[in-house]
Design a protein around this ligand. Structure first.
Ligand code: NDP
Length: 319
């Protein structure tokens, strides 16, 4: 049988859990569909579950581990009465109010939840190279976020994979810390904008390996080197780097919402005035609607905004 609720939050990264804290404190009794622990890249807690030290989340003078931070967020939401459903949303129907949400662990055809409002906080995922040991080494030399992890690579030789604006931006940022930064790109021409290319070519700490991909990762507990394969000649070269930043793009987790809500051409949910979407009563926060900032603190901030937007919307629709 369906459970009738005021607000369903789909996704449990910093955005979703902050929305849970705020809506719970506003007595809206939120249900958080938090995801399933079965997958390494798509588990409850979101991308921070794959991060080790977080040193730039305000309030933690000595930093905090990603999983510990997310566990604290979750406990804080629980303390105010948020309920968690450890499953994935499998289908939504936003065509009429109240909204209907189905999950993977429900029995029968009825929706698991009938909700007056929905907050979407399903995040985005960094695209990965799909090579052996990649997820295992995330947080141990392999990273998808220079702003988050660059600081740990002071005076080390590191590499960045990718040829777009993200790769060059990350590479430039990393030269502030690293001894050297090598950009490994699969073609002999960058995709990045001209201005980013000019800056990169003028940076003496940056060098490029063209027409190449990273095919193997080496090191026991943390990264000690990579094998780079030239796609034209087939030659393999060993590069003794202790850091590898994969910057080959991101993909928002929005397949579930296709056809239900407005998205941009690459699938990010479009929000206007705060966290409002084109469907009144459905709000989106965090990386699922932000392809620019992508930080835990900005996601948490927008989760707070979504909760306030929901509260206002529910009050207005009751009156
Ligand atoms: P992009 O899609 O622009 O670039 C991805 C890069 O990764 C491409 O060079 C691509 O190669 C390469 N790549 C993709 N898949 C693989 C793979 N499996 N193995 C190896 N290499 C791969 O993504 P970005 O994240 O760089 O940028 C996304 C958007 O954000 C863009 O519109 C960009 O302009 C914008 N942006 C703007 C910034 C700024 O203005 N300061 C900063 C960062 C992003 P190939 O070129 O061969 O396809």
């Amino acid at each position: 049988m369906s459970e009738k609720v005021k607000v369903v939050i789909i996704g449990s990264g910093p955005a979703g859990l902050t929305a849970a804290i705020y809506t719970a404190r506003a007595d809206l009794n939120p249900i958080v569909i938090e995801g399933e622990p079965s997958s390494t890249t798509d588990q409850p807690g979101g991308q921070l579950m794959l991060t080790s030290d977080i040193e730039n989340y305000p309030g933690f003078v000595d930093g905090i581990m990603g999983p510990e931070l997310m566990s604290n967020f979750r406990s804080q939401a629980q303390r105010f009465g948020a309920k968690f459903d450890t499953t994935k949303a499998s289908r939504v129907d936003f065509s009429e109010q109240p909204f209907r949400v189905w999950t993977n662990n429900q029995t029968g055809d009825d929706p698991a939840y009938i909700a007056d409002s929905v907050i979407i906080s399903t995040g985005a995922r960094s695209l990965l190279l799909n090579i052996d040991r990649e997820t295992e080494l995330i947080g141990h030399g392999l990273s998808t976020c220079a702003t988050c992890d660059g600081f740990f690579f002071r005076d080390q030789d590191i590499a960045v994979v990718g040829g777009g604006d993200s790769a060059l931006e990350e590479a430039g940022f990393l030269t502030k810390f690293a001894k050297s930064v090598t950009v490994i790109h699969r073609r002999n021409e960058l995709r990045a904008s001209k201005i980013m290319q000019d800056r990169a070519f003028a940076n003496p700490k940056l060098s490029f390996i063209w027409d190449s991909t990273v095919t193997e990762l080496h090191g026991e507990k943390s990264l000690e080197g990579v094998t780079v394969t030239n796609r034209v000649t087939g030659d393999n070269t060993e590069l003794p780097v202790t850091g590898l930043f994969v910057a080959i793009g991101h993909s928002p987790n929005t397949d579930l919402f296709k056809g239900q809500i407005d998205m941009d051409e690459v699938g990010y949910i479009i929000t206007n005035s705060g966290t409002t979407t084109n469907v009144p009563g459905v709000f989106a926060c965090g990386d699922v609607q932000d392809h620019i900032y992508r930080q835990a603190i900005t996601a948490a901030g927008s989760g707070c905004m979504a909760a306030i937007d929901v509260e206002k919307w529910l009050k207005q629709s009751e009156s």
